[in-house]
Design a protein around this ligand. Structure first.
Ligand SMILES: C=CC1=C(C)c2cc3[nH]c(cc4nc(cc5[nH]c(cc1n2)c(C)c5CCC(=O)O)C(CCC(=O)O)=C4C)c(C)c3C=C
Ligand SMILES: [Fe+2]
Ligand SMILES: [Fe+2]
Length: 345
């Protein structure tokens, strides 16, 4: 039987990671990441000297130590090897009609290398799936900008579609529910935390249609006016997860982590996960199951921040059991959910 022609390119993209946990590689990664105007939205004339000259040199050695803790001796950065595993599994699920490539917004494998793979495979069109469930200009928006910036220089500009969020996608929700239920079957929990990567409040306000989002109850529903609101999407994901897990409203809390401490002290989305969990033991909440639904692959922000640092803080304050639900990585049901999203695109 003749092999069917390969026609559609799928580009999976995640955020990025250093080449190694050495300070020099972490510095290079952070320089690229934190001088992105969608991540640090200051004028370039301030951003470059401030971050390249001051913030990154101070942060890189500390971050490198944490990356050393995270690094797998054989496979390196989890964000990278889970991404490559997902790529291989989704390729298998979609079959020969698709060519699947994987790229990182910062460092390697670059988006440019991945797009070139797709171009060389002579695909007719490209579907871009940034692996961020909730849209943020600092994550999804940056990937979209980078893709467009690269293809604008191609002689033949391909047809491209972007899956810009999947915060309420049934396959995504069902996959996390499955992961969560597996943990819930192993023990009892007093409370459930859905901890999302934070962003500055300013980023949410800037993304609002006609000033709809004011960081209040406006985000409690997810509608046409706030469909790109990161905060509204985090709440929407949480409501659906709670429903799937059978949780009442008072059994779970939505929180935000990973704020980049800056001397400017600009507010990030609240409540902050560390502040919330520190108060739990005194309130009698001693056993907590923590979800990281802003991430689909284990990384520094899940394994170390939620799985190690928050656990230590919780126990220091008198908590008994803090458990992280692992990310979806390349679990078979998640692979199928990704394939379904792409087929439906
Ligand atoms: C979930 C999507 C992400 C958004 C939105 C996001 C915004 C954002 N991040 C920073 C600063 C840092 N983030 C770092 C790590 C990191 N961030 C994401 C995802 C989002 N970031 C991931 C998947 C990772 C992990 C990468 C890995 O290799 O494991 C870091 C680096 C780690 C450190 O030094 O602490 C920084 C810094 C900002 C400022 C921001 C929005 C404005
Ligand atoms: Fe981040
Ligand atoms: Fe909003």
């Amino acid at each position: 039987m003749p092999t069917p022609a390969r026609r559609i390119g799928l580009l999976l993209v995640n955020l990025g990671t250093p080449d190694s946990p050495q300070t020099s590689d972490v510095r290079r990664y952070l320089n690229e990441f934190l001088t992105d105007g969608r991540v640090v939205d200051m004028p370039a004339a301030v951003r470059y000297p401030l971050f390249k000259g001051l913030v990154v040199p101070l942060r890189a050695p500390k971050s490198a130590k944490i990356y050393q803790e995270l690094w797998d001796a054989e496979r390196g950065s989890p964000l990278l090897f889970h991404g490559l595993d997902l790529k291989a599994a989704v390729q298998q699920a979609l079959g020969d009609e698709y060519v699947v490539a994987f790229g990182m917004r910062y460092q390697k494998p670059s988006i440019e290398t991945a797009l070139t793979e797709l171009r060389d495979a002579a695909v007719d069109r490209i579907v871009v799936l940034p692996l961020f469930p909730q849209y943020a200009s600092a994550s999804t928006g940056s990937v979209q900008e980078k893709v467009m910036d690269i293809v604008k220089d191609w002689w033949i500009v391909p047809s491209i579609s972007f899956i810009s969020s999947f915060a309420d996608e049934p396959g995504f929700i069902a996959s996390i529910v499955k992961r969560g239920k597996a943990e819930m079957a192993k023990g009892d929990y007093d409370h459930f935390v859905f901890s999302y990567h934070g962003i500055p409040e300013r980023h949410v306000l800037k993304g609002s249609f006609k000033g709809y989002c004011q960081l209040g109850k406006c985000c409690n529903t997810y509608n046409k006016n706030n469909r790109y609101c990161y905060r509204a999407q985090c709440f929407a994901t949480s409501r659906l997860l709670a429903e799937g897990l059978g949780l009442r409203d008072d059994q779970y809390t939505v929180t935000f982590q990973s704020r980049l401490q800056s001397r400017l002290r600009d507010p990030w989305l609240q409540p902050y996960t560390d502040e919330v969990l520190a108060e739990y033991p005194a309130k009698g909440i001693k056993k907590v199951l923590a979800f990281s639904p802003a991430f689909v692959a284990d990384c520094l922000e899940t394994t170390i921040e939620v799985g190690v640092e928050f656990k230590e803080l919780f126990e220091e304050k008198g908590g008994e059991h803090w458990q992280l639900v692992p990310s979806l990585n390349s679990e078979p049901y998640w692979v199928e959910a990704v394939a379904d999203m792409v087929r439906a695109n």
